[in-house]
Design a protein around this ligand. Sequence first.
Ligand code: B12
Ligand code: SF4
Ligand code: SF4
Length: 317
Amino acid sequence: MKQQIEEILTKYVDTYGFVSTIEYQETRSSLHKDDMYDEYSFLDEYKTIITLGLSYPSESLKWGKKGTGLLSKYSYGTDYHKVFSEKLDSVTKELNKLEIKTHSSVDTYKIDERWASHLAHMGFLGRNQFLINKTYGGYLYLATILIDQDIDKNIQLLDTCGTCTKCVDACPTNALDGEFIRERCISETTQSKKIFNKDEISQLKTMVYGCDICQKVCPKNNGINYTHNTEFLPTGIESVNLIDVLKMSNREYMDIYRNNASSWKGATLIKRNALCLLGNQKVYEAVDEIKKSLEKYKDVLWYNNVALEVLKMLERK
Ligand code: B12
Ligand code: SF4
Ligand code: SF4
C-alpha cells in the first residue's frame, strides 16, 4: 500500500512525508496550548498525515524604481492555494480509487503544516520559522492529506541551524528574537487590518505585501532555484505601481490580482500598504491621489489613520 501511495504522490508533488496522527497530536499538544491549532478531534477518523511540498523559484525581482512596490516571492505567479488544490484533488481521486479515505487542505485547515512536515521528516524547522527541505530549502509551499491507513514514516537524518543566527540578525523588527514574535513580523503587518503606529508605517519601504528577508539570508537556501513549477514564475503584476493601485476600483484590482496569493484580504489592504511605501519613498506627486482615496475610504479606520499620517509625511517637505 505504501508503495502505491508513494507512486501517486511522486507524480504530483516535489516532496512528501508521513506522520501518524497520534504522534502529531501528542507532540504538538505538549508544545503548544490554546492556539489556533489546539483542537484535534477531527483527526480521530484518520491514522496518517501525508505532508506535501511544492517548490517555488527563489529568484527575486529587483526593486529599483521609486513609486513601485514588490510582492513577496511566495506570491509570484498563480496563487499557490489554487495550484496546490488542483494537485491535491488529483492525488485524492487516485487514493480514493484505492479505497483510502482522505481529507486534503492547503494553508487553511486545522493543521499546523510546518510542525506536521517536520515530524514527517520532510525538513527541519529553522530559526526563521521555515520548514527547510534538503533539496528545496525554504522555497516550499506546504499542504496535507489525512488518510485512514497506517503508513510508516521515511526516517531521514534532519539538518539543524547549528550556530547560525543570520535570519535572527537580519530581521529588521527583531521578530525572531528568542521565539517568533508574530506582532513584530512585517509579513503579519502587511496582512493586518489594524491601526498602524508610526514605526509600522516606517517598516514598509519596498515590499507592498509580505517580507522575504529571513528567507533570503538563510545559507540553507544558497544555490537553490527550482523553476519547474512554472505557475509560480512572475507574470509582471508583482511589481506594483503604487499610484496606479490607489486609483483602481476594487473590481479593476481583482481583475488583475484575483489569481494572486496577495489578494486574499482585498484591494483596500494593498492600497493601505501602498500608502506606507509612498510616504517612505517620498513620492510627493501622490498627495492628490491619497486625498481622493481618503475620501473614498473615509469609513475604514485602519486606512484613514495611515493615509493621514502619510499625508503629513509628504506635506512636511
Ligand atoms: C498564520 C501564518 C502566518 C503568520 C504567522 C507566522 C508564524 N511564524 O507563526 C504570518 C502572517 C506572520 C505568516 C508569515 C509568513 N508565512 Co505563513 N503561515 C501561517 C499559517 C496559516 C499558520 C502558522 C501558525 O500559526 N502555526 C502555528 C504556530 C503555533 O506556530 P509557531 O508559533 O510559529 O510555532 C512553530 C515553531 O515555533 C516550532 N516550535 C515551537 N516549539 C518548538 C520546539 C522544538 C523542539 C522545535 C524543533 C520547534 C518548535 O513549531 C511550530 C511549528 O509551526 C501557515 C499554514 C498552516 N496552516 O500551518 C502558513 C505558513 C507557515 N506560512 C508560510 C509562508 C511562506 C510565510 C511567509 C514566508 C510569507 C511571506 N513571504 O511573507 C512569512 C514568513 C514569516 C516567518 N518567518 O514565519 C508557509 C511556510 C512554508 C515553509 N516552507 O515553511 C506556510 C506553511 C503556508 C504554506 N501552506 O505553505 N504566516
Ligand atoms: S518575514 Fe521579515 S519581519 Fe517577519 S520574521 Fe522574517 S525577516 Fe522578520
Ligand atoms: S539563517 Fe541560519 S539560523 Fe536562520 S534558519 Fe537559516 S540556517 Fe537557521
